[in-house]
Design a protein. Structure first.
Length: 535
């Protein structure tokens, strides 16, 4: 359901009635993103518009190969016909078990054309057992993959596979068939389903609609300067929601997608627009990316130092938002020398900072961020119980509007910006005191030469931290932490390393870091126990 600005003000004011008049007025202004109308209702329609407008423009480049918008549209139409013949219909969920490639693009566009939703997984690295669990939730009789990944597909589902590379190698389609018409998709139809990594158990699929996606990609600032003649990097894991920002955003705006191989830096050096996690961006040098005009990070907290480093080189955006709110629902262009924040809600979205009783916090008061508006997805695939647990009716918007509990802590600054203060999950007890791990990391990052820090709970009495790069002054980091925080917040051990290990989705691998910290801790205890002179 959509609401006019008057409707929004009515519901907003009713829910904020307990606040004093002045804070209530500014809260209304800050908590609601601007109203904007996306140019298209569905993502594939926006891509088709680009194909009609500039058919010979290059849509993507990968491993020395390139494909024009006309060729991409033609091949996707051809594949869509095959999908319909094999029983795929509007509303289906179709497995896209691939790796970064041009056939991947043809596959996802074809799925969208028949009114279905693609379900991406990087089959090179996702365990076969997890692929099996994903398949159990899907409705399509077809699995789209690549011939090189055949052994990765669950054996009992192999007969359902359609090899995208093999299909594209068949006889080219004749030109007059390029205007094929398929089942019309509605803006509320699903665009894709993103599954969690499954590290905490069975993976859950988040259902993301065309309305959700178009609201970010086809409005400002979510379009990120993507336009004809510009190169956009495709560096992220296809199973990560931010990859949809790269891929669909690029193609919907007529830009050229540069699909990376093994070397991320080589691709980044040719890009005008780059979307990444802070962990990936920290491995790159802005001086080696002379054409970069716009960079956006999200997915994990960004350090002030990293933002300063890149904001001097190009337009740098810091965003925040879980998959359930469609990639990001806040974005902020950072100005060097100012406090790094996650900004304000993106168009047609809202963010509420609420206390434990569900009431709006006053300015400067820390609370939990809840997200509302057009970016809020419809829930989890085939899991009504989990959906009911994490999504709630939105009292600020009223009607049938829903909001999502992000589990992120935040507060409004006096300038009307949202300051991200870590995850609720990252609040730990040390020596009986509650500690916010991200607050400790932020204090460490103020140390000389430190661009990033990660803090973890080692045991009931000790925190451990890692700082980067290896040249960071550990003693300076410790001193900054001691100056800003209570004694129980200061890590007992701080280790400097050049780069942090990353997960397949480009985030810091905290589990591996904690394992390393525990191994060092055990070794140190053994050394102390043995004492000098012990054989």
């Amino acid at each position: 359901m959509s609401f006019s600005p008057i409707d929004k003000q009515f519901f907003f004011r009713a829910a904020l009635a307990h606040l004093p008049a002045a804070p209530r007025v500014v809260f209304e202004q800050w908590g609601c993103g601007p109203t904007a109308e996306p140019a298209c209702d569905t993502v594939h329609h926006a891509i088709e518009v680009q194909a009609a407008r500039a058919p010979q423009a290059i849509a993507a480049v990968w491993a020395g190969q390139r494909i024009s918008y006309e060729q991409l549209n033609r091949q996707a139409n051809r594949l869509a016909v095959r999908l319909v013949e094999q029983g795929v219909k509007r509303g289906d969920t179709v497995a896209l078990f691939v790796e970064r490639s041009i056939p991947m693009l043809v596959g996802l566009l074809a799925v969208l054309k028949v009114g279905a939703a693609y379900v991406p997984q990087d089959a090179r690295i996702v365990p076969t057992l997890q692929l099996s669990m994903v398949l159990e939730s899907l409705s399509s009789p077809v699995i789209l993959s690549l011939s090189s990944l055949a052994e990765r597909i669950p054996a009992d589902a192999a007969h359902r596979c359609l090899g995208l590379d093999t299909f594209l190698a068949e006889e080219p389609w004749i030109a007059q068939d390029n205007d094929q018409v398929f089942a019309a998709a509605d803006t509320d139809d699903l665009c894709f389903v993103l599954f969690t990594s499954g590290t905490t158990g069975r993976p859950n699929g988040v259902c993301v609609s065309h309305r959700n996606v178009c609201n970010l990609l086809l409005t400002e600032p979510g379009r990120m300067g993507m336009a004809p003649g510009r190169n956009v990097g495709q560096i992220l894991n296809i199973g990560f929601d931010m990859a949809a920002w790269e891929i669909l955003g690029c193609l919907a705006h007529g830009a050229t997608l540069l699909i990376r191989g093994q070397d991320i830096a080589q691709t980044a050096a040719q890009c005008d627009v780059l979307i990444a996690t802070p962990s990936i961006l920290s491995t790159l040098d802005p001086e080696q990316c002379p054409d970069l005009k716009v960079v956006a990070v999200a997915g994990e907290p960004c350090s002030q130092a990293l933002a300063e480093h890149w904001a001097k080189h190009c337009a740098f955006y810091n965003g925040c938002g879980p998959t359930e709110t469609t990639i990001v629902n806040t974005l902020h262009r950072h100005v060097p020398g100012t406090l790094l924040t996650i900004g304000k809600p993106t168009p047609n979205n809202t963010v509420y900072v609420l206390n434990e009783h569900g009431r709006a916090c006053e300015l400067g008061e820390t609370g939990e961020m809840w997200a509302g508006g057009a970016g809020v997805t419809v829930g989890y695939l085939n899991n009504a119980e989990l959906t009911d647990e994490r999504y709630r009716p939105d009292p600020f918007m009223g009607g049938d509007a829903m909001m999502f509990r992000t589990r992120d802590l935040g507060r409004w600054t006096t300038e009307g910006q949202l300051e991200h203060l870590g995850r609720v999950d990252d609040q730990v007890k040390v020596r009986g005191f509650r500690v916010e791990l991200d607050a400790v990391s932020a204090a460490l990052e103020a140390g000389d030469g430190c661009t990033r820090a990660v803090t973890l709970k080692l045991d009931s009495r000790n925190l451990v931290a890692f700082v980067s790069p290896a040249s960071a002054d550990v003693q300076s980091c410790r001193a900054r932490c001691q100056e800003r925080l209570a004694y129980y917040c200061v890590p007992s051990s701080i280790y400097a390393m050049e780069h942090f290990p990353l997960t397949a989705r480009g985030k810091i691998d905290k589990g591996l870091l904690l394992q390393r910290a525990r191994e060092r801790h055990v070794a140190l205890l053994a050394l102390i126990t043995e004492g000098p002179g012990h054989d």
